[in-house]
Ligand binder design. Sequence first.
Ligand SMILES: Cc1ncc(COP(=O)(O)O)c(C=O)c1O
Length: 385
Amino acid sequence: MQKYKNVVDKIRLIYNEPNDFIPMHAPVFIGNEKKYLEECIDSTFVSSVGKFVDRFEEMMADYTGAKNAVVCVNGTNALQLALLLVGVEREDEIITQALTFIATANAISYCGAHPVFLDVDKETMGLSPGAVENWLQDNAVLKDGACYNKNTGRRIKACVPMHSFGHPVRIDELIAVCEKYYIEIVEDAAESLGSYYKGKHTGTFARVGILSFNGNKTITTGGGGMLLFNDEELAKRAKHLTTQAKIPHVWEFAHDEIGYNYRMPNLNAAIGCAQLEKINKILESKRNIAKAYKEHFSDSTIEYFDEPKECRSNYWLNAILLANKEERDAFLKFTNENGVMTRPIWQLMNRLPMFKDCQTDDLTNSKWFEERVVNIPSSVKLISC
Ligand SMILES: Cc1ncc(COP(=O)(O)O)c(C=O)c1O
């Protein structure tokens, strides 16, 4: 138990919190949040029309380098919409990783599509280009410029890699594999605002990517999401779909397809603008915390999961690897009983009742991570540690 106690002591030292509960990831409000909220209320523009909605989109496109950004009510809805925008239809198959947060798989299901759960890489904890290529070689046939699963007969339309805990996947290799099979990539960058792969922001590699601003994310809008585009026409269509597919007109109610009420309210966007103004400070603090953890675990039997090569991670949630499941469970029990929040990585999606019949590959690395990975407190703390 001494080595677990050393971890608890280190976390308490980093957060300068000798006795109280330490959460996994608390938001920080260190800028203009209250000022902008007041402006919203004074203006009466609290709903989905308002200057902060447009400003947040412009700021995010500028920050990430995406051509266009379109706000959404949350990351899950942004992902559902992203899939629809690249042409996913009912009964299509969508490749993703088994080791992900449930929202990735749920968004696929909202489209009436079938997730296929493949393995992750050991270096990134994200979807493996090798696993995707192997699975496609064994299961896919190409016909008339589309890819089909030769066992189910269903079209394989898209692939959703996810940058786990902010660590970028090998996105260029995934794009190269998917291009050969006419498969669209939708990047689930919900966890990776501020993370870069080979100098380019995550979520901007394919035609569309998404971000989340849930309360536990690097920056928050309370609840919210964003679609990132390199395709202006697709961005226009996204805005149309998120606003009930209403054809702009001063007084007419004309709608040309089934749309969604998915546009982020101005109140949330006001918080988003204030948060994004402080992102560099937030990311700097997160890297300092990651550095302190890295040093602590460098002479421990517990391994620290570091950013992959050629990547700059936002270190959204710090992850460590215990020796095996028994050690993992003992560590979780000790830390939580001692007021320090820790939690295991997600259960593999194919273990959940609603996804138990989905196709998978052998998931060797995913199972290995599932038994070992624990997240430790990762909130921003504006101190040097
Ligand atoms: C990987 C992943 N995808 C999608 C989402 C969905 O985002 P939201 O909670 O904003 O709906 C989240 C986070 O919550 C996530 O971690």
